[in-house]
Write a protein that binds this ligand. Structure first.
Ligand code: BES
Ligand code: MN
Ligand code: ZN
Length: 493
């Protein structure tokens, strides 16, 4: 899929399909008005006839225009002009891409930058067009033959001379974010027998090879042993695939600038270990590496935009499988931080690979540390599949993330990590238990992590409910790449 900016005026435009916006009460957007004049009132006639009410996302396909350059027109509804918010704008673009797919069009021109969206600017609109369309044409094909390939391969965004500079920026950002999301989705959709810890490490190395400011180091199990990462190694004991601790170093700012450290859970398959999960839906545990995939996606975005930031990406990658040598309930592991951990349930493995990675993050003298993890089913019970759970020890950092989430339409909801919950993690035999009982499971998981994040500003994003869709539409979403991208773009200023 490629994208471009079309700066020819509508009367000179060559397009397979020109998309313009309409509002309820038969009102036309600026570009639609112009097109209406060029077509001698065709659009207002169709609106007047009631062919389209222009509710958000409603479309009308016109396959004959009478114009020399424009083959087809799509009228796209944006609802009430005075109530158009970010979500409705995205919803409209989502239904546009559905229509373009169904009509099997190869290319289209979107003249939608004059649509006014509450609390959003032109850059945001342009970016969303790219992000939503890119998402809408994504097709998984790594292990499956596709009969009905999406025809759409080119999208142009119409911008006048005045809009051109911002539109260009929007296109760059939109493409960078969309490619980051695509990478995260692709890796996450791959099966566990292909996407192993070693495979993830190779992907990180490939990414680094493509950019001079990005460097990749991979710690092997022997290195982890030397560092005392007993918690991480405890999880990988039961697996024949060696664990990897992948680190990516991006230097876009002066060497002295403290890095933003991003950590992503890279559990390439979570069977639960000796505390084996039930069989139903267990295939979805290939998605337990979505946090790690998001780190790779974000790194791809950052290198694409050459953001002036220093960023360290850390991905603890392992499988969690039952085995004669796997760790068992009652076993006690010693973490890199020196704290002992009683394993009460081997299925609570994410926090074990993350706690050693949090300790490891200290050596980078981080400005902030943000981890992303498909950590708890309890997070889905608490919040459903709409927002990710946000936890953190620093209000300013959490507020920055909340703001970025809103703009990116990649929602989060803040949850508490009060000291009272630490009671649930007490053990008679170790400094900490790895589970806190049935109550508040996503909170006690975050509280477990908080014990290893005392020396820096830290946020944890539980993406168990948001990183992939379940059911007939099963597939990775690429979240929270949009949120992190927005946060980093904001930080870069
Ligand atoms: N990867 C899972 C969390 C998960 C479950 C994500 C379902 C998405 C959907 C995690 O490793 C896990 O198994 N957590 C346990 C924790 C429990 C044993 C305290 C869970 O959520 O059941
Ligand atoms: Mn688990
Ligand atoms: Zn897991």
């Amino acid at each position: 899929m490629d994208y471009s900016i079309e700066s020819a005026p509508l009367d000179k435009l060559q397009s397979d399909c020109l998309v313009v916006g309409v509002y309820e009460n038969q009102s036309l957007d600026k570009n639609a008005k112009q097109l209406d004049a060029l077509t001698h009132g065709l659009l207002s006639r169709l609106l007047g006839r009631g062919d389209i009410k222009a509710k958000v996302g409603e479309t009308l396909f016109i396959n004959h225009t009478g114009l020399a350059g424009v083959e087809r027109i799509v009228l796209l509804g944006f609802g009430d002009k005075n109530q158009l918010n970010r979500k409705s704008y995205r919803k409209a673009i989502q239904s546009l891409v559905k229509l373009l797919r169904e009509a099997k069009l190869k290319s289209a021109t979107a003249a939608l930058l004059d649509i006014e969206v509450q609390a959003a600017d032109l850059i945001w609109c342009g970016r969303q067009i790219v992000e939503v369309i890119h998402e809408g044409v994504y097709q998984y094909s790594a292990t499956k033959k596709i009969d009905d390939k999406v025809a759409l391969t080119h999208l142009a965004i119409a911008a006048n001379a005045e809009q051109l500079p911002l539109a260009t920026q929007a296109l760059q950002q939109g493409q960078a974010i969309a490619q980051g999301v695509e990478l995260a989705k692709h890796l996450a959709d791959l099966p566990g027998n292909i996407c192993t810890p070693t495979y993830l490490a190779q992907q990180a190395q490939t990414l680094a090879a493509h950019h001079p400011d990005l460097q990749c180091d991979v710690l092997e199990e022997a290195d982890m042993q030397a560092l005392g990462m007993g918690a991480l190694l405890g999880v990988s004991r039961g697996s024949r695939q060696p664990a990897k601790l992948i680190s990516l170093h991006y230097q876009g700012a002066d060497a002295g600038v403290k890095p933003i450290v991003l950590i992503g859970k890279g559990l390439t398959f979570d069977a639960g270990g000796i505390s084996l999960k039930p069989g139903l839906g267990m295939d979805e545990m290939k998605y337990d590496m979505c946090g790690g995939a998001s780190v790779l996606g974000v790194m791809r975005m950052v290198t694409e935009l050459n953001l002036k930031l220093n960023i360290v990406g850390l991905i603890p990658a392992s499988e969690n499988l039952p085995d004669g040598d796997a760790n068992k309930p009652g076993d006690i592991l010693t973490s890199m931080a020196g704290k002992t951990i009683e394993i009460l349930n081997t299925d609570a493995e994410g926090r074990l690979i993350l706690c050693d990675t949090l300790t490891y993050a200290e050596r980078f003298n981080p400005d902030v540390v943000i981890d992303m993890a498909t950590l708890t089913g309890a997070c889905i019970v608490a919040l459903g599949r709409v927002p990710s759970g946000l936890f953190g020890n620093d209000d300013a950092l959490c507020e920055d993330l909340q703001r970025a989430a809103e703009v990116a339409c990649d929602a989060v909801w803040r949850m508490p990590i009060w000291d009272e919950y630490q009671e649930q993690l007490k053990s008679n035999f170790a400094d900490l238990a790895n589970i806190g009982g049935p109550d508040g499971g996503s909170i006690t998981a975050a509280c477990f992590l908080a014990n290893f994040a005392k020396d820096f500003r830290w946020a944890h994003i539980d993406i168990a409910g948001t990183a992939w869709r379940t059911g007939a539409n099963k597939g990775a979403t690429g979240r929270p790449v949009p949120l992190l991208s927005q946060y980093l773009i904001n930080r870069a200023g």
